[in-house]
Design a protein around this ligand. Structure first.
Ligand SMILES: Cc1cc2nc3c(=O)[nH]c(=O)nc-3n(C[C@H](O)[C@H](O)[C@H](O)COP(=O)(O)OP(=O)(O)OC[C@H]3O[C@@H](n4cnc5c(N)ncnc54)[C@H](O)[C@@H]3O)c2cc1C
Length: 381
């Protein structure tokens, strides 16, 4: 390895180009050249977390929606692009290479696919179009104080009262709750129940009376995570996905979707490009260039892993597959921002990116929990 990094980024894109038709790649490339304006690219480059500034997200989201590409892996019947994994990866890669804004929509990535699998026809008709149009933004209300890794210890109450559930309690570490119009939540619907029994999975309108959101300031300067209080909040009985008591099963389905979807190859590629800019501006640092080249190779490996795991595996269940993806992506993300910070230790954005990714091995299940889960899959005690 000679430490050069100027051409390393071309390699995976070339590999992927063989997996999609020339017509598909031409269409994507033309769209990006015409619609990804310089101000949007600048916003993409400046992003420190999983989401670009609100104005850039909205502008980019609208362009993707108009083109029918906002939800790449949703089926066409629900307004998605219906792309293959190779097409989606190609698109993500080209967006990253062109510094597209990151829009990280929880609705598109998690609750939408869950409702397609588990929702009633009424829920699908109500929520899926509103997720695509951007009318509804979703947050996830699982964790509580004392119920993170040990999620079944949660105590949020959802007392069934005829035509509604009465919510009382507090959710903690809820990302983007301040901006969300809706929260999907796990709560206890059976008084006296413990653990995984007696839970309900609810779709909660955040404008209901009795909900208070308090943002928490994080070490990277962001206020994306919040504490959310529920005081005698009435949620209609029809807002339950599955039956009361079925909440744990539904949450498990969602976690498999969410974990494998959290850090995408596009996010990793974008973070790598940011680190490469810092390294380029720090001359005489061959060790940093070598680390960058290694990470480039590892991202290519991650893309291959993602492509492989998107196909059926004989001996790996869905949970193991999503744990592998989550572990690998979050640890790679951290390693990338470490290189960025080592190259630019006094740069505020490099520091913010570094701090932000410290949380990547905590949210959506910590690395320790995923390793435990994988160990069980291969028969360890
Ligand atoms: C930035 C950020 C965003 C988040 N967003 C959301 C959100 O939108 N919605 C939501 O519901 N939650 C969210 N969370 C919460 C997140 O899911 C929890 O923080 C996570 O599950 C860990 O739970 P905990 O913080 O209670 O830590 P704990 O569960 O108390 O764990 C503390 C430490 O002990 C280790 N540990 C615990 N149990 C075991 C075990 N059995 N074996 C080995 N080690 C173990 C853990 O790995 C960890 O290192 C977010 C967290 C962060 C940091």
């Amino acid at each position: 390895m000679d430490g050069s990094f100027s051409t390393a980024f071309d390699t995976p894109a070339e590999t992927q180009k063989t997996a999609v038709s020339p017509q598909f790649s031409r269409t994507v490339d033309r769209f990006l050249a015409e619609d990804l304006t310089e101000d949007l690219r600048a916003a993409g480059r400046a992003t420190t977390g999983l989401k670009s500034p609100a104005w850039a997200c909205e502008a980019w989201r609208r362009k993707l929606l108009d083109r029918g590409w906002l939800a790449p892996s949703w089926p066409k019947a629900h307004g998605g692009a219906g792309w293959t994994t190779a097409e989606r990866l190609y698109f993500e890669q080209r967006c990253a290479e062109n510094d597209a804004p990151l829009i990280m929509s929880s609705g598109i990535r998690t609750i939408g696919p869950l409702l397609m699998q588990e929702g009633t026809p009424e829920q699908k008709a109500c929520y899926l179009p509103a997720i695509l149009s951007g009318e509804h933004e979703w947050c996830q209300g699982f964790s509580e104080a004392g119920a993170g890794s040990d999620l079944p210890a949660l105590s949020m109450k959802a007392d069934p009262q005829g035509d509604h559930f009465l919510l009382n309690g507090t959710k903690l570490w809820t990302s983007f709750a301040e901006y969300a119009t809706h929260m999907y939540m796990l709560a206890r619907s059976e008084a006296g129940s413990v653990g995984r029994d007696g839970l309900v999975f609810l779709l909660v309108d955040m404008s209901l009376p009795g909900i208070e959101v308090r943002p928490i300031r994080c070490i990277d300067g962001s206020e994306e995570i919040c504490e959310v209080h529920f005081d005698k909040v009435k949620v209609p009985a029809g807002a339950s996905v599955g039956k009361a008591g079925d909440g744990w099963r539904i949450a498990r389905v969602l976690m498999k979707i969410a974990r494998s979807n959290n850090t995408t190859t596009g996010t990793l590629r974008q973070a790598w490009r940011a680190a490469a800019r810092y390294v380029k501006a720090a001359p005489g640092e061959p060790a940093l260039k070598q680390r960058l080249d290694l990470l480039d190779a590892e991202i290519t490996g991650f893309e291959a892993l993602e492509a492989r795991l998107s196909k059926p595996c004989d001996h790996l269940n869905d949970a193991a597959r999503s744990s592998m993806m989550k572990l690998r992506a979050s640890e790679l993300h951290q390693a990338i921002t470490e290189v960025g910070l080592d190259a630019a230790p006094h740069d505020e954005k490099a520091l913010a990116k570094y701090f932000f990714t410290r949380a990547a091995t905590i949210y959506s299940g910590t690395s320790e929990i995923h390793r435990n889960s994988l160990a069980r899959t291969i028969g360890c005690p």
